[in-house]
Design a protein around this ligand. Structure first.
Ligand code: ZN
Length: 309
């Protein structure tokens, strides 16, 4: 059985964000059940070995509250985490790696553009390459992550390119991978349990739903999809920032080219948003935006949510 645990559902900064006094962050400080850590999921097909998709800055706390990811009994040093798959090089996807530096072996899977970012930042050398093998993954090429003993995991992963942007902190900088072509900086993943054929899609960053992407998602059993903003200009309208969702490489939930409209007739069985910014009013259970989203068949996951396929 394919199991997914949503370790965190929020976008960069989390909910509440440390320095934010917006409506949603204030509500989350009053009502801790609204709080959300930064987006990451864990996936397993055997309930024993787990793979993380992205390593959020909140990873340490996420692991603490997730018994499936604790060291197994009878081990002095152990982790059920066999590997981490990165879909981009943003801070909220890679900073958690720094909390995984205590010598347990695992494999890090990422596009060579993201591996180049890690390589160029020597702080990531705390993950010694003897213990933490770095393996390049390629667009449109399936791979099967391996377990620590080298045996196959039974999971098939297909990375594909989605419209997006390079990490913010690289804006105006030479990308460590060199070339200007930014394919590979934002990946979606199709993850399948090879035994059962059950699968789902993980797309935490996406600037628009192209016809190709819609075709790919048609009839999917489960999709976890970029829910950064409700509307493109919400950070500007709320006085929180100067960037639109598009400028950050994220489409909005609402609007004629937003996720609700674009995927309305894609026949997706279960639709969850992920990577939801704290400015997004859909976080609030009583909001009209939440109502609209649920009417369209979407759900907002809470931290720790388990989904089985
Ligand atoms: Zn806020």
């Amino acid at each position: 059985m394919l199991r997914v645990i949503v370790l965190g559902a929020a976008a960069g900064g989390g909910l509440p964000q440390w320095n934010c006094g917006c409506n949603v962050c204030r509500a989350a400080r009053q009502q801790p059940e609204l709080q959300g850590s930064q987006a990451s999921i864990a996936v397993s097909v055997d309930d024993t070995n787990w793979f993380l998709v992205n390593a959020a800055p909140d990873l340490r706390q996420q692991l603490n509250v997730t018994p499936q990811l604790h060291p197994g009994p009878g081990h002095l040093r152990h982790t059920p985490i066999a590997g981490v798959i990165l879909t981009n090089g943003e801070v909220d996807a890679v900073a958690g790696l720094l909390s995984m530096r205590e010598g347990s072996p695992f494999t890090l899977y990422a596009h060579q553009r993201v591996l180049a970012i890690l390589k160029a930042n020597s702080i990531f050398n705390v993950l010694s390459e003897t213990n933490v093998r770095r393996e390049a993954i390629a667009i449109d090429r399936n791979f099967e992550p391996t377990l620590p003993d080298g045996s196959p995991s039974g999971i098939d992963v297909l990375p594909f390119a989605v419209p997006g942007k390079s990490a913010w902190y690289l804006e105006g900088e030479q990308h460590p991978a060199g070339a200007a072509d930014d394919d590979g900086d934002t990946l979606g993943l199709r993850i399948e349990d090879k035994a059962s054929g059950q699968h789902f899609f993980f797309i935490a960053a996406c600037a628009r739903v192209t016809p190709e992407l819609k075709r790919r998602l048609q009839g999917a059993p489960l999709v976890l999809f970029d829910g950064t903003v409700w509307q493109d200009n919400e950070l500007i309208d709320a006085g929180l920032g100067v960037k639109t969702g598009q400028r950050m490489g994220h489409l909005s939930m609402s609007g004629h080219d937003g996720a609700l409209a674009m995927l309305a007739d894609a026949g997706i069985a279960r639709k969850y948003f992920l990577h939801i910014n704290n400015s997004n009013p859909a976080w609030l259970p009583e909001s009209r935006q939440r109502e609209e989203l649920e009417k369209a068949g979407w759900k907002m996951p809470h931290d720790g949510l388990e989904i089985s396929l």
